[in-house]
Design a protein around this ligand. Sequence first.
Ligand code: CMP
Length: 139
Amino acid sequence: MAGNITFTMIKPDAVESNNIGNITQMISDAGFKIKAMKLTQLTRNQAEEFYAVHNERPFYGELVEYMTSGPIVAAVLEKDNAVIEFRNLIGSTDPNEAEEGTIRKKYAESKGRNAVHGSDSDENAQIEANFHFSENDFV
Ligand code: CMP
């Protein structure tokens, strides 16, 4: 059975452009329950570890710079089929390819500065949620 938890970050570009409220509203309107949420800023070590799977990619350095450049909102979201449902809500990595009505279509600036993160599997959702929150942060 598909898991019911996913992990998201509202990234520095979307926090900087004052879209925390708009994006959180879209998440709630789509039927996700917020289980944990915090405004925080990633250290370089945290960003390097979080994105370690991309460390051979040409954009890795730029990605770490960007993700540590300002505050983010980290959150754990609950819904049936959360990972797939949330990826549908955020749209493609590149906002130029994202469907109308998706979060990235509305708020992302570019493929790199793309407003939100969404976990890509149930396994990674658990790993990423545990990376940012401890069990007693969940409500
Ligand atoms: P996300 O899917 O949240 O996690 C990996 C991130 O790497 C992705 O969002 C983008 O922000 C970034 N990324 C992926 N591809 C590129 C690219 N070609 N150039 C710059 N950044 C990228």
